[in-house]
Ligand binder design. Structure first.
Ligand SMILES: Nc1nc2c(c(=O)[nH]1)N[C@H]1C(S)=C(S)[C@@H](COP(=O)(O)OP(=O)(O)OC[C@H]3O[C@@H](n4cnc5c(N)ncnc54)[C@H](O)[C@@H]3O)O[C@H]1N2
Ligand code: MOO
Length: 409
């Protein structure tokens, strides 16, 4: 009988996963496709932005020195956005200008049209104007040569805007890892296909894991559910290994007679990095590598599979994508009462979070069993309670935030 030789500490297991997850090769993609990817290199500004002094309002560009209230100005030209005026302004002169228009030679301020007698060939100033008023300066956003986006940053809409403003049509990124998910278990039935017979359950893990991988930014596909049969599992894992950067299996990784996954992986040349972690839920977690491919054998219990994804697989995906942030956001949380972890393993407790005067208050969502899928639909976060720890009421522990705690329905 196979059994765990040694359970690995949670932190060591996480470190080993990260160590074995090298960033994927660099490539350039058109900016719209860069959304959600991480920058593979720093991006510098090629020029000052904005590239020229321009007007922040619709009105008249003029010399502030002339601009006492009541004075009448003569309009000598106009400067809509995209078409600079052909001439500058002298004393008592103005150029009609629109938002984004180039500030003409000689002008050092813009008066909003509302502060004049209106649009015409001559206008009276209603309010005095100070130097620099309503002018957006060249380079006030970014300066030529400055690093505007750092390698490893996740590219979102704002990063795309800054890159586009600098004329970049494409960006250097690391590609999304291809994840292949496979569940094992003779009891599994595909949801939506038929009613359950006695002893059967629907396969939820492979769907959950594909969704988690997609949410983490990977490309992901579900293979199928393989029954607990050595040949079937070998064929399925073999197929998964063909084109994946990350293979994820669920089930069959503990110490039962039908737990065939670990042996099969080893037969297929997957080198074990660890098997067994001091972590609950997820003690039998298997992690191995074959060449460049990472292989995670997640436990079959649905909560164990999903929580292990959050804490071990997601960091690997982020690292392969070259992201600087390797994890979900973490916050310090406290409980209202003493919490004792009776287990010799780090306990990942599903909690709701509430913001109070003293920080984030965590409350258990209720039953914490490894099969209680609804514990995750109710949870805002996963609080991490160390092996054997006795956490006093009010004492803080770390929690992994799963969703905005202030969303409520
Ligand atoms: N003697 C021992 N038994 C167990 C140990 C142990 O140390 N000694 N560890 C327990 C722990 S902890 C876990 S976690 C589970 C993990 O076992 P497996 O990875 O081998 O998972 P299975 O036995 O195949 O399945 C467990 C459970 O999950 C259900 N399941 C499986 N696949 C799916 C799926 N795709 N969708 C939904 N549900 C699934 C399955 O029906 C079982 O109920 O082992 C403990 N046992
Ligand atoms: O660790 Mo198992 O994952 O308790 O359920």
């Amino acid at each position: 009988m196979q059994t765990f030789e040694r359970l690995m500490d949670y932190a060591e297991a996480e470190r080993l996963v990260l160590e074995n997850s090298p960033p994927l090769p660099e490539e350039r993609v058109p900016i719209p496709e860069a959304l959600g990817l991480a920058l593979a290199g720093d991006v510098r500004a090629c020029f000052d932005s904005p590239p020229f002094d321009n007007s922040a309002v619709d009105g008249y560009a003029l010399r502030s020195a002339d601009a006492e209230a009541g004075r009448v100005f003569r309009v000598v030209d106009e400067a809509p956005a995209g078409r600079p005026a052909a001439r500058g302004v002298g004393e008592g002169e103005a150029v009609k200008i629109f938002t984004g228009g180039v500030i003409p030679e000689g002008a050092d301020a813009v008066v909003m049209v509302e502060n004049t007698s209106g649009w015409s060939e001559e206008f009276e100033l209603k309010k005095e104007v100070s130097p620099g008023q309503n002018i957006r300066r060249r380079g006030e956003d970014v300066r030529e040569g400055e690093v505007i986006l750092r390698a490893g940053t996740e590219i979102g809409p704002y990063e795309i805007a800054l890159a586009a403003a600098q004329g970049h049509g494409s960006l250097p990124v690391r590609r999304r890892p291809q994840v292949v998910v496979l569940s094992t278990g003779s009891e599994l039935v595909e949801p939506g296909t038929r009613e359950l017979s006695p002893g059967e359950i629907y396969d939820s893990n492979s769907y959950a894991l594909v969704a988690q991988a997609l949410e983490a930014g990977a490309r992901a596909r579900r293979l199928y559910a393989a029954s607990d049969d050595a040949e079937r599992i070998r064929a399925a894992v073999g197929e998964a290994l063909e084109d994946a950067d990350v293979v994820i299996t669920s089930g069959g990784v503990s110490v039962g007679e039908k737990d065939l996954v670990k042996g099969t992986m080893q037969d297929l040349g997957v080198e074990q990095v660890f098997w067994g972690v001091k972590f609950k839920p997820g003690k039998p977690l298997f992690f191995g590598v074959r060449g460049e491919t990472l292989v995670f054998g997640l436990p079959g219990n649905p909560v164990s599979a999903m929580v292990c994804f959050e804490l071990f697989v997601r960091p690997a995906i982020f690292r392969m994508m070259g992201r600087v942030d390797r994890r979900r956001p973490r916050v310090r949380v406290y409980f209202e009462e003493d919490v004792k972890n009776r287990f010799g393993r780090m306990h990942a407790v599903r909690v709701t979070l509430e913001r109070t005067g003293r920080g984030w208050l965590a409350r258990s969502v209720g039953a914490q069993g490894s099969g209680i899928i609804s514990s995750l639909t109710k949870a805002d976060a996963i609080a991490l309670i160390g092996p054997g720890a006795e956490v006093r009421a009010g004492e803080e522990v770390e929690a992994v935030v799963l969703r905005d705690p202030e969303r409520r329905w």
